[in-house]
Design a protein around this ligand. Sequence first.
Ligand SMILES: Nc1ncnc2c1ncn2[C@@H]1O[C@H](COP(=O)(O)OP(=O)(O)O)[C@@H](O)[C@H]1O
Ligand SMILES: [Mg+2]
Length: 375
Amino acid sequence: MITNPASEQPAAVGRPPAAQAAVRVAGLRKHFGGVVALGSVELTIEQGEFFTLLGPSGSGKTTLLRLIAGFEQPDAGQIELGGRDVTRLPPYARNVNTVFQDYALFPHMTVAANIEYALRVRRMPKPQRREKAGRALDMVRLTGLGERKPSQLSGGQRQRVALARAIVNEPQVLLLDEPLGALDLKLRQEMQTELQRVQREVGITFVYVTHDQEEALSMSDRIAVLNQGHIEQVGPPMEVYERPRTEFVAGFIGISNLIERAGSQITVRPEKIRLLAGDEQPADGAVVETGQIRDVVYVGVLTRYVIALDAGGELVVARQNDEAPALAPGLRGTRVRIAWRADQAFTVTRGSEPGPGHRDPGRHHEDLSPGHDER
Ligand SMILES: Nc1ncnc2c1ncn2[C@@H]1O[C@H](COP(=O)(O)OP(=O)(O)O)[C@@H](O)[C@H]1O
Ligand SMILES: [Mg+2]
């Protein structure tokens, strides 16, 4: 589905100075019946950013996107696009386009007609329309396929058409709601790279929704992690991964590696922990703990060891299988020493209490799979 931009001005002319944020959301709240879909959300997205809303199913990602698009009205709060208050404006009066997972192409129209549709509605002359659609097709690497019908395309190609149909409007902001969710893994990875490239080339601000942490980490300039209708942390991928501020972020991005020490919740990423060999001396200032190997999981490039610690709790240690073969699974029960640099451990907060209507308080990885358990 597509929303028509407010004006026929080219985006470059209508675009406010870079000092204005592309999207600014303040005190935004939305509930549906008894369910608080969004608490009080504050968020600023800069011009030209690839910004990702990451969170589990039901955390409010789609609601936030639909509020920005204007498909929903907030209970409270304000939304600005490029410095302009659009809170009360209908979708067509906001210079925003949305790409959904299900493409929503018109099946009876050719690819070119689909892409040109919004331009035609805006009464752009045909030659100009053709040219813009042609360029959009080139951009998504579908040159020459304009005369096909959507049914004659693969899923990945249809998603590219949906993307072309959105960027042809040159919106200020492109909203993408799990656009790759219907594609298989290989195609999804290919499209991730494509989406990043297109975003850099067109320079449009992307607000991208996903529940897939790897996708978020690999594509985004910045990530906002959502949990139960509120934002837990905002930052560049590396910061969100390496320095999770809350228990939820630590658990949702990567493996939940939490232990309680001296009354604080502490997290250390598995690859930052070293399994010390027999008489190996830990580095100066390292934190050393002893324990027992409870489980060994071989995953190809690395092996994960679940260590039950003598001081309480468990930590997963990841060890790259780069030299020696992986330590064998027969090691279960072996006593070990592990060590990590003190500056690689972070204290996290428990995060805020769930709002009413939310079923599962927090989310923890019971298994060791890296966050694909929602598909
Ligand atoms: N139209 C609606 N009516 C009732 N509840 C809704 C509606 N849309 C969303 N919700 C509820 O709001 C919460 C957030 O939903 P949503 O924004 O779709 O989450 P996400 O996109 O992160 O999966 C969920 O609890 C969901 O059930
Ligand atoms: Mg959703």
